[in-house]
Design a protein around this ligand. Structure first.
Ligand code: CAO
Length: 479
C-alpha cells in the first residue's frame, strides 16, 4: 500500500512537472511569437500629408567606401531615399573620378558630381593608425558599409567581416565585385568587362559584325542598383534578426540578370530556330549559341528601327516600330496596306515571321515621310507601340523629364550649374530633393565632431597625425 501510495505520489509529481514544462513551453513559444509579432508591428498610421513624413531611409547611416561608378550609383540611390551617406575618400586624392573626364578646369568632373549627390565627404587615410581608429568609430555608428574596392583591398585595410562584425554586429557589409566566387573572383573589373563576361556583348550588335557593348551602364549602374535592393532587404531582415549580414552583387551576375532573355533563347535553340530573329526570315541557319540580333525585338512582338523624315542629315531621325499582333489592323491601315489585314501571307503572326524584313521595309517607306514625333503621334492615336530615338540633347531639353525630377539642374560652387539624373524611382511618401555632390573632405570636421563626438582638441591631434590630410606622397600625386 505504502509502495502504491509512493508510486502514485511520484506519478502525480511527474504529471505536474510535465504540465509545468508544457506550460513553460507554451509560454516560451508565445513569447517567441509575441517578439516576432512585435518586430513586425507597424507604427500608428501617420497623419502627416504624403511627402511630409520624412524619407524612406531616414535614420539609416551609410559608411560609403565606394569609388568610380558601380558603388556610388548604389549609395546615391540610398541617399536619394534619405539615408545619411558618409563618403570616405583618400586625403588629397579622393574618388578617382573627381579628376576624370574633366570639362571645367579644377572643378570636380561631371563623372563624379552626377554619381555623388546628397552625400557628405570625409577624408580619411585608411592606412594611418589614427585613420583606422576613426574608421572603427564610423563602423560602430553606421548601419551599412558599402564598398567596391578590388578583391581583398578592404581586408588589407583591416576591415575584415570578422573585425566589423565584432565592432558592430548589426552592420550590413555590402560589396560590388566583378565576379562571384570562382575562377575569376580576384579579378579587377570595369563596366565593359562585365558586359562581355555577363553575356550582353555576345548577344548585342549585328550578325555580321563584332560583339558590341551598350552605352547603358548595365555593369556598373545596373549592379549598383542590384546592390541597393540587397541592402534594403538586409535592413528589413535586420528588423527581425537584429543582426547584419554580408551582401554581394557581382557585376557578371548583375549583367546576366539583365540579359536573362538571351539565356532563355539559348535554351529555346535546342528546340528549333528562333523564329522572331530576322535571320530566320532571311534563311540564315542558327549556330550553337544565341546570335546577335541587331535591332530585333527581344520579346515576342517583332520590332525594328526605321528611318524617319530627315534621316539623311540627322543621325537620330529614327523610330523603333513594334508590329504588335493585336494592332496589326491599324498598322495596315496607317501604312496604306489594308489588304495585308486579310491576306494569308500577312494576316497572322506566324505567317509574317518569314517576311519581317520586307514588312519593315514597307513600313519604313511610310515612316520616312514623317518626322519621328509625327510617327509617334499618329501611331499612339491607334495604340501602336513606337519609340522615337531620342538624342541626349533632346533628353536634356525635355520639359517633362525636368518636371518629374528625372533630369535636375544643380548648382555647384566650383563648376556652376549642371544637369544630373534625379531619383528614377518615384515614391509618393518619400520625395527626393537632389543636393549637389560634396567637395573633397567638405564635411570632415562636421562628421568628426557631430557624428563621432571628437572634441576640438581631438580634431587638432587628428589633423597633426596625417589621418585626414594628404601625406607628402599623396600631395605630390594630387598636384
Ligand atoms: N586611404 C588609403 N588607401 C585607400 C583609401 C583611403 N581612404 N581608399 C582606397 N585606398 C586604397 C586601397 O586600400 C587599395 O590599396 P591596396 O591595393 O594597396 O590595398 C587602393 O586604394 C586601390 O584600391 P582598388 O584596387 O580598388 O582601386 P583600383 O583603382 O586599382 O581598381 C577597380 C579600381 C574599379 C578596377 C577595382 O576597385 C575593382 O575591381 N572593384 C570591384 C569591381 C567594381 O566595382 N568595378 C566597377 C568600377 S566602376 O567602373
Amino acid at each position: 500500500m505504502a509502495v502504491r501510495k509512493k508510486a502514485s505520489k511520484a506519478k502525480a509529481k511527474t504529471k505536474s512537472k510535465t504540465r509545468a514544462a508544457s506550460k513553460k513551453a507554451v509560454k516560451l513559444k508565445s513569447k517567441k511569437l509575441a517578439t516576432k509579432a512585435a518586430a513586425n508591428v507597424l507604427p500608428k498610421i501617420s497623419t502627416k500629408p504624403y511627402g511630409q513624413a520624412g524619407k524612406a531611409l531616414d535614420g539609416v547611416r551609410v559608411l560609403d567606401f565606394t569609388h568610380v561608378q558601380s558603388g556610388p550609383t548604389c549609395t546615391q540611390l540610398l541617399a536619394y531615399m534619405g539615408a545619411d551617406v558618409i563618403k570616405v575618400e583618400r586625403p588629397g586624392v579622393g574618388d578617382i573620378t573627381r579628376g576624370q573626364l574633366r570639362d571645367v578646369p579644377n572643378a570636380d568632373s561631371l563623372y563624379f558630381t552626377m554619381l555623388n549627390a546628397n552625400k557628405r565627404s570625409i577624408t580619411i587615410d585608411s592606412k594611418n593608425p589614427k585613420g583606422k581608429e576613426i574608421l572603427d568609430r564610423l563602423v560602430k555608428t553606421c548601419d551599412v558599409l558599402v564598398e567596391n574596392f578590388a578583391p581583398g583591398a578592404l581586408d588589407r585595410m583591416g576591415l575584415t567581416w570578422e573585425h566589423i562584425h565584432k565592432l558592430n554586429p548589426r552592420m550590413i557589409v555590402a560589396s560590388v565585385k566583378g565576379f562571384g566566387p570562382g575562377p575569376y573572383e580576384d579579378c579587377k573589373v570595369y563596366e565593359n568587362v562585365a558586359q562581355c563576361a555577363g553575356g550582353a556583348a555576345s548577344t548585342t550588335g549585328f550578325r555580321n559584325g563584332p560583339p558590341l557593348v551598350t552605352s547603358a551602364q548595365i555593369g556598373d549602374s545596373g549592379t549598383g542598383l542590384h546592390l541597393a535592393l540587397g541592402i534594403v532587404a538586409a535592413l528589413y531582415q535586420r528588423n527581425r534578426t537584429g543582426r547584419g549580414q554580408r551582401v554581394l552583387a557581382a557585376m557578371q551576375d548583375g549583367v546576366l540578370n539583365l540579359a536573362r532573355v538571351k539565356l532563355r533563347d539559348q535554351q529555346r535553340l535546342k528546340h528549333g530556330p528562333l523564329k522572331e530573329y530576322s535571320q530566320f526570315g532571311e534563311g540564315v541557319a542558327f549556330g550553337q549559341s544565341v546570335p546577335r540580333a541587331g535591332n530585333d525585338s527581344g520579346g515576342g512582338q517583332p520590332g525594328w528601327i526605321l528611318k524617319c523624315k530627315g534621316w539623311e542629315t540627322d543621325p537620330d531621325a529614327y523610330i523603333y516600330f513594334i508590329t504588335q499582333a493585336p494592332v496589326w489592323g491599324p498598322i495596315c491601315d496607317l501604312i496604306r496596306k489594308p489588304e495585308w489585314k486579310t491576306h494569308a501571307d500577312y494576316a497572322t503572326p506566324p505567317a509574317r515571321l518569314p517576311k519581317l524584313r520586307h514588312i519593315f521595309d514597307t513600313i519604313e517607306q511610310w515612316t520616312m515621310t514623317k518626322t519621328k514625333f509625327e510617327v509617334m503621334d499618329l501611331c499612339n492615336q491607334v495604340d501602336i507601340p513606337v519609340g522615337p530615338i531620342l538624342s541626349m540633347k533632346e533628353i536634356a531639353e525635355e520639359p517633362s523629364l525636368r518636371k518629374t525630377g528625372t533630369v535636375v539642374e544643380v548648382d555647384h560652387p566650383t563648376r556652376g550649374k549642371y544637369l544630373t539624373v534625379g531619383n528614377p524611382i518615384k515614391m509618393s511618401d518619400s520625395v527626393t530633393e537632389v543636393k549637389r555632390s560634396p567637395l573633397l573632405g567638405e564635411h570632415t570636421e562636421e562628421i568628426l565632431t557631430k557624428v563621432l563626438g571628437y572634441s576640438a582638441g581631438d580634431v587638432a591631434q587628428i589633423k597633426a597625425s596625417g589621418a585626414i590630410t594628404p601625406a607628402a606622397k599623396g600631395r605630390a600625386e594630387a598636384a
